[in-house]
Design a protein around this ligand. Structure first.
Ligand SMILES: [Cu+2]
Length: 273
């Protein structure tokens, strides 16, 4: 009886999600059947993540192990996680000014515990965001801020980019939107050319099971957006994704792509009207 009820609730949630343009949500797209649906916010609220560092007072450029315990509100561990983009957990680490970005993959130790060893490059505040999907609940993210000891470097301003291509690792990447608006699903297109020859790049390799991986954060780090590839098997020069900005304001976007076995990360700052 309870199972049937849950199935009905899930169906209602999915139907609502498809009509609702106000939030970060998932719609089944063609060819993306392996995608994990997003958790209902209420169910996500029943899950908690406890973040711990191996050193309570971490210093810059020091190996630090981050432990993340995923639990029910009552403290019981959550044991099973769905694989999303080839991993059971994605961990994003950003500095407060979003100038530092790191995307790493903790190992699952069982009983809801994930661990990963990393370094923070400077003193200051860092946000650590875990993106995961408890089996049967759906994709969600939980975050925590940490202070790295020492003198914090002057924050770099987060300034929206002009519509020029960004050059990273010999690639010239242009980001465009079909309509840049808040509270509405929109398409993002990354067009990738060789920076020197201006020739379109057509040999992108799958990265985490798709044409690329995109992370979007609001400038204060408060909103982490789910972004879904719309053409999973593309090889370039265009890489297309779908997202919905939850409010207007400044957001930073990192696109990650792989070519010739090497991942390159392209950051953009946009102002959503
Ligand atoms: Cu990841």
């Amino acid at each position: 009886m309870k199972k049937a009820l849950i199935a009905i609730i899930l169906t209602v949630v999915l139907l609502t999600a498809c009509r609702n343009t106000g939030g970060n949500h998932t719609m089944p797209h063609d060819g993306m059947s392996g995608m994990v649906k997003e958790a209902d916010p209420k169910q996500a609220g029943e899950v908690q993540a406890q973040f711990m560092l191996s050193n309570e007072k971490p210093a810059p450029n020091q190996d630090i192990t981050i432990m993340i315990d995923i639990q029910q509100k009552n403290g019981n561990p959550i044991e099973k996680f769905d694989v999303e983009h080839e991993k059971q957990m994605h961990l994003i680490v950003v500095s407060q000014d979003l100038s530092f970005f790191n995307h790493i993959h903790p190992n699952y130790k069982g009983k809801g515990q994930f661990t990963v060893t990393t370094q923070f490059p400077t003193a200051g505040q860092y946000e650590v965001i875990a993106d995961f999907a408890p089996n049967g609940i759906g994709a969600m993210n939980k975050s925590q801020w940490f202070t790295v000891q020492g003198n914090t470097p002057t924050p770099k301003p987060i300034v929206p980019d002009a519509t020029l291509p960004k050059v990273v690792d010999g690639k010239a990447v242009t980001l465009s939107f079909d309509h840049l608006m808040a509270n509405m699903e929109l398409n993002l297109n990354f067009n990738i050319k060789d920076a020197e020859t201006k020739k379109p790049v057509t040999d992108l390799q799958p990265y985490l099971g798709a044409v690329g991986h995109v992370v979007i954060l609001s400038e204060d780090g408060g909103n982490y957006l789910h972004v879904h590839p719309t053409e999973g098997k593309a090889v370039g020069p265009d890489a297309k994704f779908m997202a919905a900005f939850p409010h207007s304001g400044v957001f930073k976007i990192w696109g990650q792509f792989q070519e010739k076995g090497k991942v390159f990360t392209v950051p953009f700052v946009v102002k959503v009207p």
